[in-house]
Design a protein around this ligand. Structure first.
Ligand code: URA
Ligand code: SF4
Length: 196
């Protein structure tokens, strides 16, 4: 069994936090282990809980559409969440749940070694970088340690706000143009550098 498959099996049977009691299915990350980018959302919603796959509901459609516009196939990237089980009524996962689930995400990142981590929305921004107010920081490239992060809005935010669709789509295009630059060993300019 490869290491990602091992994580997947551990997530499927995980009972480390309270969310295991209310979930239908755990939702492990999914995609290409050779991806240059990992997309990180908040937590599974109703459809994801039912299908055991990340971003397969309405928000997932928005993400898929943005990828398509950037000429990227969904199966070529890797998509996961901060917590792998659905919080009741889609509430925001709390600090204990996020901390408990963090180990899986760390392992996913270690195995895939993405050139850029794409942070989708405030929960991922807060969990990964301690940030808030994603609408203010979206579109920016962040460096923390040796890892680059690209910040954008959560695809769910575009469901009831048509204006944000082009924001998301343009950000995803920018993300892949940054990845192309990195692959060509060109210098990309970092907008924010975390010192600690
Ligand atoms: N929202 C998320 O943050 N993640 C999913 O997988 C689906 C919706
Ligand atoms: Fe385990 Fe994470 Fe699910 Fe909690 S959310 S039960 S830590 S997989």
């Amino acid at each position: 069994m490869n290491r990602l498959e091992e994580i997947k099996q551990n997530v499927i049977k995980c009972t480390k936090c309270e969310l295991c009691k209310t979930r239908t299915n755990s939702v492990p990350g999914k995609g290409n282990f050779q991806s240059e980018v990992i997309f990180i959302g908040e937590a599974p919603g109703r459809n994801e809980d039912k299908n055991a796959e990340p971003f397969v509901g309405a928000a997932g459609k928005k993400l898929s559409a943005a990828l398509e516009l950037a000429d990227v196939r969904r199966e070529d990237v890797y998509i996961t969440n901060i917590v792998k089980c659905r919080p009741p009524n889609n509430r925001v996962p709390n600090t204990l749940e996020r901390d408990t689930c963090k180990e899986y995400l760390k392992e996913e990142i270690t195995i895939i070694k993405p050139k850029i981590i794409c942070v989708l929305g405030n929960t991922a921004f807060n969990s990964l970088l301690g940030g808030s107010e994603i609408t203010k920081y979206r579109g920016k490239l962040v460096k923390k340690g040796n890892q680059l992060y690209f910040l954008t809005i959560h695809p769910a935010a575009t469901i009831y706000n048509q204006e944000l669709i082009s924001t998301l789509n343009n950000d995803i295009k920018k993300l892949f143009s940054l990845i192309r630059e990195l692959k060509n060993n060109n210098i990309v300019s970092v907008d924010i550098e975390y010192t600690s």
